[in-house]
Ligand binder design. Structure first.
Ligand code: NAD
Ligand code: LMR
Length: 327
């Protein structure tokens, strides 16, 4: 008699990662990086356009993962069924002069419909939201899953990795440190004043002028790229690297590796007393997703001021996302 050991079979099958918006500016390089990742066994690429070509192209790379492309709304169910991780870079990017919140009207509906598909076809997946405005799109996914009765706060992540990637780069440029080893904790949300770099926790000495300049650059780093791209989009390549880094950290944690810490905008008690349910701090990842949420730690007087400025904006952004689903 042939007996299948499901645990071993699942291990052999490895992890399935689905990218939603895979043919886009972020989606394509992100999918390339995931195709190169040995922790990914099945790569499922979904978009409303162009995915078959992207998938066939990537499938010729000689790594041990299987790539399948799905195009069009009828195929999203198949694309995400059994996915361990679903990454969402679907939606429109900014043009110069726009805020991330200006993307709300278009992206809220896109993200909500993806959330409905996840509730139906992949309610146990870990969901990584890249689509902007992250401060609102994450609550949209959460409320959509709540409505369907499948909300698990440990499995929903707003991807804020790019903020710490930029912070490491900008600090190392100024101070001549190794960019790879320079760690900066960034908390709050993912837009303008809601991005709060905690430079006082780096162990590096800064003048107040340096702190103010760096803080502004980290908060508005996205605008630098939008301006330089001059109407053709926002960060795609650095975002793909940041998204691939976060996905890999989560996959390693899901496989049982311990002590993995990344920042993420998650359902969090950190700012709950201010009525802010979603907040980014460093998170320890584990086999079930969010394992432990790190506290803010000690803030300087300047950082306390930044925190106070971020709170009303976060309250507004979160309420707007929730209201979109519950209207
Ligand atoms: P893009 O326009 O190049 O690509 C978006 C892709 O999404 C396109 O291929 C499009 O066909 C697809 N799409 C649209 N509607 C869809 C749907 N219903 N289902 C599946 N796919 C759909 O844009 P981009 O530059 O890749 O940016 C994508 C999003 O990521 C934007 O909202 C942008 O603001 C955001 N972003 C976030 C961060 C972050 O740090 N979280 C960083 C950069 C960009
Ligand atoms: C970023 O930080 O680069 C992204 O959120 C894209 C944007 O609109 O700036």
């Amino acid at each position: 008699m042939l007996i299948y050991n499901m645990k071993n079979l699942n291990k052999q099958l490895g992890k399935k990662v689905a990218v939603i918006g895979a043919a886009g500016g972020i989606g394509q390089p992100l999918s390339l990086l995931l195709k190169l990742n040995p922790n990914v066994s099945r790569l499922s690429l979904y978009d409303i356009v162009n995915t078959p070509g992207v998938a066939v192209d990537l499938s010729h790379i000689n790594t041990n993962s299987n790539v399948v492309g799905y195009k069009g709304q009828d195929s999203i169910g198949e694309a995400i069924t059994d996915a361990d991780v679903i990454v969402i870079p679907a939606g429109v990017p900014r043009k110069p002069g726009m805020t991330r919140d200006d993307l709300f009207n278009t992206n809220a509906n896109i993200v909500q419909s993806i959330g409905q598909a996840i509730a139906k076809h992949a309610p146990k997946a870990h969901v990584l939201v890249i689509a902007n405005p992250v401060n609102s799109t994450v609550p949209i996914i959460a409320e959509t899953l709540k409505k369907a009765g499948v909300f698990d706060p440990r499995r929903i992540f707003g991807v804020t990795t790019l903020d710490v990637v930029r912070a490491s780069t900008f600090v190392s440029e100024l101070k001549g440190t190794d960019a790879v080893k320079t760690k900066v904790t960034v908390v709050g949300g993912h837009s303008g004043v809601t991005i709060i770099p905690l430079l006082s926790q780096t162990g590096i000495n800064f003048t107040q002028e340096e702190i103010e300049k760096l803080t502004h650059r980290i908060q508005y780093g996205g605008d630098e790229v939008v301006k330089a791209k001059d109407g053709t989009g926002s960060a795609t390549l650095s975002m793909a690297q940041a998204g691939a880094r976060f996905t890999n950290s989560l996959l390693e944690a899901l496989e049982g590796k311990t002590g993995i810490v990344e920042p993420s905008y998650v359902y969090s008690p950190v700012a709950a007393k201010e009525g802010v349910a979603w907040f980014s701090t460093n998170i320890e990842l584990g086999v079930n997703g969010v394992e432990k949420i790190h506290p803010l730690g000690k803030l300087s007087e300047y950082e306390q001021k930044l925190y106070a400025e971020a709170i009303p904006e976060l309250q507004k952004n979160i309420k707007k996302g929730e209201a979109h689903v519950n209207k």
